[in-house]
Design a protein around this ligand. Structure first.
Ligand SMILES: Cc1cc2nc3c(=O)[nH]c(=O)nc-3n(C[C@H](O)[C@H](O)[C@H](O)COP(=O)(O)O)c2cc1C
Length: 155
């Protein structure tokens, strides 16, 4: 799967004490347009997953090309996260919306979860969005990269 490049998101939520939680996530997928539903696959050991299940709402912050440091930060569970990035609670779930270089945001209600192996697929009904025309950060072959040149013409 490392040869299948993706964008990079940070999935955010609140824990039962109302503290923000978040993790870097590249398994984001669009599922349905009507109603609008997306999915993320989160490891069963994720603290963000257990918080999100209890809270019932989560946010998906799509990172911009200058945010690889934020992606690394939210992939390291030994670090505190939200002291190092600007954020604000948004929507009915008050989920954390990151500031800085984010190109889009989706606020979601947990619609359904399905355990598959060592991950849980979380389906989120999208209840709010915003976006910019910023350049997305990409990830593939275990490295962060920038938006590429257009593909050469097929031969
Ligand atoms: C680019 C990138 C993408 C990632 N995508 C996922 C993902 O889709 N699902 C997942 O479970 N972990 C993913 N991870 C790993 C988590 O971010 C990492 O395990 C994190 O520490 C979990 O945090 P938590 O336990 O506080 O929720 C990814 C890491 C990186 C660097």
């Amino acid at each position: 799967m490392s040869s299948f490049p993706t964008g990079v998101s940070v999935v955010t939520t609140l824990d039962t004490d109302g503290r923000p939680r978040g993790m870097t996530c590249s398994s984001l997928s669009s599922v349905s347009l009507d109603p609008p539903v997306l999915s993320v696959c989160l490891t069963v050991t994720s603290r963000t997953l257990s918080a999100l299940r209890a809270h019932g709402f989560f946010g998906v912050n799509l990172l911009g090309v200058r945010a690889s440091g934020v992606a690394r930060l939210f992939a390291d569970s030994s670090l505190s996260h939200f002291e190092h990035v600007p954020w604000q609670p948004v929507g009915s779930g008050e989920v954390p919306r990151l500031g800085g270089d984010t190109v889009a945001f989706a606020a979601c209600r947990v619609a359904e979860t399905k355990a598959v192996g060592d991950h849980v697929v979380v389906f989120g009904e999208v209840v709010g969005t915003d976006s910019t025309d910023g350049t997305p950060l990409l990830y593939g072959r275990r490295q962060f990269t920038a938006w590429p040149e257009p593909a050469p013409k097929p031969t």
